[in-house]
Unconditional design. Structure first.
Length: 724
């Protein structure tokens, strides 16, 4: 279908893009960002089908960059994934992208280098049909903005710190889901069951964003539309990690295309747009002298961005009410088995038809406490069965033309989407991109991929350089897309004809999931060498480095009785940890334990390690330390090698058993950061050396807490805790 016979002279369309450092103030503070031609988002590029694109990217940064043309069918070396398909654009150099435009529709483009996309490098890429449409149109690109540096966002996600929930709780009471919140709402049992199943608080999005943007602004305006006009609104989710609910104050939305491909128009009241998806919807303007609000609300419902269509009195779209977090938590408890696998209880979920999150949506399942009256097992999570509000799902998308694949041998692949929320590890089949080989495919065959989501989050899986069919009940007319949003516990089947050559990325488009390694590379057998990558073995190591990255964290308690703290330097599998306790002026002595280990298993509950301990404590005359095994120590100074194993138990207690080179055993039980209230955390520890500790921490901000503890060695102390 993309085989383009050239009846028309190909028109060259040239753009020059200048990438520069800039500062912006989107949310009350001057922050660093990347601009292209002086703007965020990047300029809206327009082409017509069968043009030839010539795009010069002038990198004026001091660091390298790249541009990926999302959803475009183009030669492999133009795809713009640095070190995989295309040479990185080095600092202060210009790179020419040149490719024929063989399709039409709503697409976008963005940096594919590190976390640059989060800092402003996304823009709309619109390809018009050759026959002009008798319809006005407007492009809306949505994005998310945080005042925190993306590097910091990424690092903090790996620390399982709940600062973003505390920030959200300023807007939505109960976002932290502390024990205090649970007791106040009569949901103590739900909370304790949740921790028994080793889960942290329920959240539908990982990151706290300070602003959501519509075409780079909290509010965009499109005043030039008149009564009765039907508009094609091209919507692009250019955010790094935000799903948006879309609502329109002027009536139904008619969904007319997805990811650039037309679908048979289907009217809906609301829809969700996954990260990296595009949708075209037809909207009508009911009256003159009214500006109708079109809202994009983040899935966590913390904030929204708006577009106003028409001019005059503002007609607001109804705001989405706060999530019922404890109902969500109870639902997760029901779905989560003790071994960390999810159980769909025989519902055969697919194509977004059953959304477990409906239990949290007051507009579908009523206010707190009320249960829905349509509560049969198969309807319980189907919002279209539970209410009159029509919500879009993939089962409703029908292609206007047949999309059946050519007759050819089929290669079938199965992937289970896997994740570990507590350590922020994301993978397919519990393997990251760097832990797997490229998957070989043959030109001319069909590739069928069956995906099962065994993680607690939805993932927008994107395939470069191809469209796949999402198999639904429309059979031959199953829709074509390049992003598949797959919800927890769903199984979806996609298939595509292998018509290209080279290497193509298939990955989750949540930026922080991709950078954690959630993806695979499809590689066509016997592809010609790629001139952009003269040394492919060396290049691929640079790509693998993304998910092998180590993250550093440190925490230190400055207390009246001494100093204690810990640091970690960790990646997907490995962790170098150190813990210390230092009394002042030699009082109470010093103690440092260092270990290095590897997390085992999909849930990463098991952590065997080896390490080194140093301890100095001046003992009294005739003083002997004994542990519960009767083993004694009389030395002031102890140096020992040790091996041990940690295991995360129900209720998130960490059991730690070890033996050192003196033959001494130690068993320890510890739990940190029990959320008593929104900001109050409890830590407890006890071990077989008859040491124990209990402490409270009051979180002031992302760096500092007030703290107080009682420690069997060092006694009572109070002070503050620093955390990075
Ligand atoms: Cu993901």
């Amino acid at each position: 279908m993309f085989g383009c016979t050239t009846f028309f002279a190909q028109k060259k369309v040239r753009y020059d893009l200048y990438v520069r450092d800039t500062t912006v103030n989107f949310a009350g503070k001057e922050k660093f960002a990347y601009s292209v031609n002086g703007q965020i988002p990047m300029p809206e590029l327009h082409f017509t089908e069968r043009d030839t694109a010539e795009i010069y990217v002038h990198n004026e940064l001091n660091t390298e960059t790249s541009i990926h043309w999302h959803g475009l069918i183009l030669p492999n070396e133009q795809d713009g994934v640095p070190y995989l398909t295309t040479a990185p654009i080095k600092a202060k150099t210009t790179h020419l992208y040149k490719f024929p435009i063989v399709q039409n529709g709503t697409y976008w483009y963005h940096s594919h280098t590190k976390l640059q996309e989060q800092n402003g490098m996304y823009g709309a890429f619109i390809i018009h049909k050759r026959e002009t449409e008798p319809m006005k149109e407007y492009t809306l690109i949505l994005s998310d903005w945080t005042n925190m540096k993306p590097f910091e966002v990424h690092r903090r996600l790996h620390m399982a710190n709940d600062w973003s929930a505390i920030k959200k709780a300023k807007i939505q009471k109960g976002a932290v889901q502390s024990y205090g919140d649970a007791i106040a709402e009569g949901r103590f049992k739900t909370k304790i069951t949740n921790e028994w199943k080793r889960m942290l608080a329920m959240d539908v999005s990982d990151v706290y964003y300070d602003k959501f943007l519509a075409n780079g602004k909290p509010e965009a305006e499109a005043p030039d539309f008149k009564k009765g006009e039907k508009i094609r609104l091209r919507i692009i989710n250019g955010s790094s990690s935000t799903y948006f609910w879309l609502n329109y104050a002027g009536g139904k939305m008619e969904v007319a295309a997805s990811d650039g491909m037309d679908v048979v128009p289907v009217p809906v009241d609301r829809m969700i747009i996954a990260v990296a998806e595009t949708y075209d919807v037809f909207l009508t303007i009911p009256e003159d002298s009214v500006a109708y609000e079109f809202t994009a609300t983040s899935e966590d419902r913390i904030r929204h961005a708006s577009l106003w269509l028409g001019k005059g009195v503002r007609q607001l779209a109804s705001p989405l009410l706060s999530l019922k977090y404890f109902d969500g938590m109870k639902m997760m408890n029901d779905m989560m088995r003790m071994d960390g696998n999810l159980d769909d209880m025989g519902m055969n979920m697919s194509l977004q038809q059953m959304d477990m999150n409906v239990v949290m949506y007051p507009e579908i399942t009523g206010e707190k406490g009320k249960s829905s009256n349509n509560d049969t097992a198969n309807n319980r999570y189907n919002s279209n069965a539970l209410s009159d509000i029509v919500t879009l799902n993939y089962a409703m998308l029908r292609s206007p033309v047949k999309t059946t694949l050519p007759d050819a041998p089929t290669k079938v692949l199965h992937f289970t989407l896997s994740g570990n929320m507590n350590r922020y590890v994301w993978s397919l089949d519990n393997k990251t991109v760097s832990e797997t080989d490229k998957i070989l495919i043959k030109k001319g065959e069909n590739v069928k991929i069956v995906l099962y989501n065994n993680s607690m989050m939805r993932h927008p899986m994107h395939l470069h350089g191809h469209f796949f069919r999402i198999k639904n009940s429309y059979g031959d007319y199953s829709p074509l897309k390049n992003v598949l949003d797959i919800m927890p516990m769903e199984t979806d089947t996609i298939e595509f004809a292998a018509t290209e050559s080279g290497d193509w990325f298939f990955h989750c488009h949540i930026l922080y999931h991709m950078m954690s390694g959630m993806g695979r590379i499809f590689s066509y057998e016997n592809s010609p060498p790629n001139p952009q990558l003269p040394n492919p073995e060396k290049a691929i190591k640079k790509l693998y480095a993304d998910d092998r990255e180590f993250h550093f964290m440190i925490q230190n308690d400055f207390a009246s009785n001494g100093n204690d703290g810990e640091m970690m330097y960790m990646n997907t599998r490995y962790n170098l940890q150190a813990e210390w306790r230092l009394g002042y002026m030699g009082e109470h002595g010093y103690e440092v334990e260092t270990h290095f280990g590897r997390y085992v298993g999909r849930m990463q509950w098991l952590f065997p390690y080896a390490g080194f301990d140093y301890r100095y404590r001046r003992m009294g005359i005739d003083e002997v330390e004994k542990n519960i095994f009767g083993q004694a120590n009389t030395k002031d100074e102890r140096k020992a090698l040790c091996i041990g194993v940690q295991y995360t138990l129900p209720l998130l207690f960490i059991a730690d058993g070890r033996i050192d080179s003196d033959g001494k055993f130690r068993l320890q039980l510890m739990r940190e950061d029990i959320p008593l209230t929104k900001r109050l955390r409890l830590n407890v520890m006890g071990n077989s050396d008859l040491e124990y500790m209990a402490g409270l921490k009051y979180v002031l901000d992302k760096t500092f807490s007030l703290s107080a503890h009682y420690d069997s060695d060092m006694g009572f102390g109070a002070g503050f805790t620093f955390m990075y």
